[in-house]
Design a protein around this ligand. Structure first.
Ligand SMILES: [Zn+2]
Ligand SMILES: [Zn+2]
Length: 256
C-alpha cells in the first residue's frame, strides 16, 4: 500500500448545517470531483450535539439531487450514541429520512461514566440496530472499549468500523489506539471504511495520516471497502432501496 491511498467514497462529512462545519454540499461535492472521487455522504450531526441542525434538515433531504457535479450523493447523519445501552438521539422514524448512518460517541452527548465496560456494552447493544451503517471514530481515548470482542461483533453485525482522519489528527490518544484497533481488524479480517470526517471542503477525500498508519500495519487494501464506490452503493441500495440510476429517490418514496 502506498501513501497515495485515494478513497473513492467519503462517507462521513459535514457541511455548514453543523455550525462548526464551514462548507456547503456543493463545495464538498466539487472537492470530491477534483480528486476523481465517485461518492459522497453528507452526515451532519444528530440533535444531541449542541450545534446540530434542526431535525427538519433531515426530513427535507428528499429535495436534494441524487448526483452533484458528477458525484453520487448519500444524505445521512452522524447520529449520537447517548448512553451505555446504545440508544441513539434519533429514533427509527427520524432515521427513516436518512440514507446513510454513522453512529458515534461524543463527550458532549453522554452523561454515563465512560469506562470500558459501559462503552463496550453500548456498542454491543448498538449492533442490534439495523439502521446503523458505520461505527464512527472508535479510537477516541475518551471512549475506551474492549477492542477485540467488540470489533468482531461489529463485523458479525455488518457494521463498518471507521478509520477517521480527522480524529487521528486532532484527538489526543486516537493514533495510539488506532494502531491497536486496525491491527485487530487486520487480524480478524474486519472490513473498515476510511473517512475524513471533513468539516471543510479542502479536507474532503484526503487521508494522509490514516494512509501512513495503514501502511505501517500492512493493512490489506481489500478490507478498505470505500476504495471501491460500488461497495458503498451496493450496501446503501441493498439496505434502503436507493436507486443511483436516476434522480428519483425510490428510497424516500417507499418509506413515506
Ligand atoms: Zn464525530
Ligand atoms: Zn463527524
Amino acid at each position: 500500500m502506498t501513501e497515495q491511498l485515494q478513497i473513492s467514497a467519503d462517507v462521513h462529512t459535514h457541511t455548514v448545517a453543523s455550525t462548526h462545519g464551514y462548507s456547503t454540499i456543493n463545495e464538498n461535492a466539487a472537492a470530491a470531483r477534483a480528486l476523481g472521487m465517485k461518492l459522497l455522504a453528507v452526515t451532519d450531526h444528530g440533535p444531541a450535539m449542541p450545534d446540530s441542525p434542526h431535525v427538519w434538515h433531515f426530513h427535507n433531504y428528499k429535495i436534494l439531487p441524487r448526483e452533484i457535479d458528477g458525484i453520487k450523493m448519500l444524505y445521512g447523519v452522524e447520529v449520537n450514541i447517548i448512553d451505555e445501552f446504545g440508544t441513539l438521539d434519533m429514533d427509527e422514524h427520524e432515521l427513516s429520512f436518512c440514507e446513510w448512518v454513522v453512529a458515534s460517541y461524543h463527550t458532549q452527548c453522554v452523561k454515563f461514566e465512560r469506562k470500558s465496560e459501559l462503552v463496550s456494552q453500548g456498542y454491543r447493544m448498538l449492533c442490534d440496530n439495523p439502521l446503523v451503517d458505520v461505527i464512527g471514530h472508535p479510537t477516541t481515548a475518551m471512549f475506551p472499549f474492549d477492542y477485540e470482542p467488540i470489533l468482531k461483533l461489529f463485523k458479525e453485525a455488518g457494521k463498518l468500523v471507521e478509520i477517521n482522519e480527522s480524529s487521528l489528527k486532532w484527538k489526543q490518544g486516537a493514533l495510539e489506539n488506532a494502531k491497536t484497533v486496525y491491527a485487530l481488524c487486520k487480524k480478524h479480517e474486519i472490513p473498515i471504511v476510511l473517512n475524513t470526517d471533513a468539516h471543510y471542503a479542502g479536507l474532503i477525500g484526503k487521508t494522509p495520516i490514516a494512509a501512513q498508519l495503514l501502511q505501517e500495519i500492512g493493512f490489506p487494501r481489500r478490507l478498505i471497502v470505500n476504495l471501491d464506490p460500488d461497495y458503498i452503493m451496493d450496501m446503501a441500495q441493498r439496505k434502503r432501496q436507493i436507486s443511483f440510476d436516476s434522480d428519483e429517490k425510490n428510497f424516500t418514496k417507499e418509506s413515506s
